[in-house]
Design a protein around this ligand. Structure first.
Ligand SMILES: [Zn+2]
Length: 351
């Protein structure tokens, strides 16, 4: 059930149920023969039923494998892990991991951090992919070494070795037994992240990574993507996968020209009213971890509030199931965007 935070809004469903679905992506659904994303290490236990403990690195030996998976899996469900931790399989004689790390798909290297003291990701690489027209950014973190000669701007092939697994991080001590690749698949929130961060973060907080800061990358669940894609009967489509995300909440923004719209036009839902009258804002569906997965233009006549950002609705069961990103908060009987939610949406529509 979706609880309305404001009097009922014009209810055109977002997503595949939309009757105005000429912008839907099914035309691309069959273009992934041979696979879009590959496992980024030699560990293939993900595809073997019941072998999760061989694939995921839990946070401690007494924690379940799910603590190495994506989602509200840390701190009793109250902390988000926005990637998956893939267990090592090879070590040198000192017990250090030596697994090669491979590009998950064809792409271009956009960022390499080789100053591990500057990030909880330690040494990490970001690769940009275009899959069915969707820009996806894969992240490979805690690396011991980046492949010699690898540079920003270079193209890489799916399965090409780009680094060696490691245990680097400026925030946590990763024990040898737990050595893993932290792997993410993301959409990019905003090109102007560095400027936004400067204006909106407390003094003393540094961003050393430009737009390739983890806060600017919004994750999808790599396990889900890899498993669904691996299913021979699944006919996987990334765009459909995104459209089928579960909605945590829906916001309305009085902004009409922000980078995410141009970067991800496949996530737009048509609205004939706005097409006829002109666009005054966008209604945006967000997942529990803040992924904007459906955006619908709204006409002035459809918008009831003058607020620049307005929370329209909250999916309460989803909020109960996945509260860790703390995007929304209930005050009395009324839902509001929490600080984290406000910050996420402000970044999305910046400047
Ligand atoms: Zn991790």
């Amino acid at each position: 059930m979706i609880l309305r935070a404001v009097p009922c809004f014009i209810g055109i469903a977002l997503g595949l149920a939309s009757p105005d679905s000429s912008a839907q992506p099914d035309a691309h659904a069959n273009t992934n023969a041979g696979g879009l994303f590959r496992l980024p290490t030699g560990n293939t236990s993900l595809y073997e039923r019941g072998e999760e403990t061989k694939f995921f690195a839990p946070t401690a030996p007494d924690k379940p494998w799910t603590s190495g998976s994506f989602g509200c899996v840390r701190n009793d469900g109250w902390r988000l892990h926005e990637g998956i931790d893939i267990l090592h399989q090879q070590t040198d004689r000192h017990g250090e991991p030596t697994d090669p790390v491979m590009a998950t798909a064809d792409g271009t290297v956009v960022y390499i951090n080789t100053r591990p003291s500057l990030s909880n990701y330690g040494n990490y690489i970001v690769v940009r992919h275009v899959i069915e027209g969707v820009e996806v950014y894969s992240v490979y973190a805690h690396l011991s070494a980046v492949r010699e000669g690898l540079r920003v701007g270079q193209t890489v092939k799916a399965g090409e070795t780009i680094a060696t697994m490691g245990r680097t991080s400026n925030a946590e001590v990763i024990l040898k037994e737990r050595a893993h690749l932290h792997f993410e698949l993301n959409l990019l929130n905003n090109d102007d992240f560095a400027m936004w961060f400067k204006k909106n973060s407390p003094p003393g907080e540094h961003n050393d990574h430009g737009e390739w800061n983890g806060q600017n990358l919004i994750g999808m669940d790599p396990r889900e993507v890899l498993l669904q894609e691996h299913n021979p009967n699944g006919n996987f489509s990334l765009t459909n996968f995104l459209h089928r995300q579960t909605e945590l909440c829906r916001v309305l923004v009085r902004a009409t020209n922000f980078p995410f719209l141009k970067r991800y036009p496949m996530l737009l839902i048509r609205n004939p009213v706005a097409e006829k009258e002109g666009v005054a804002g966008y209604e945006i569906a967000l997942t529990y971890n803040g992924l904007p997965f459906a955006l619908m233009p709204r006409a002035e006549s459809e918008i009831k509030s003058t607020a620049r950002i307005q929370l329209l609705s909250v999916n309460e069961p989803e909020e109960k199931a996945n509260p860790c990103r703390k995007l929304v908060i209930k005050r009395g009987s009324r839902w509001e965007l929490a600080n984290e939610g406000q910050r996420l949406v402000e970044l999305l529509i910046y400047p």
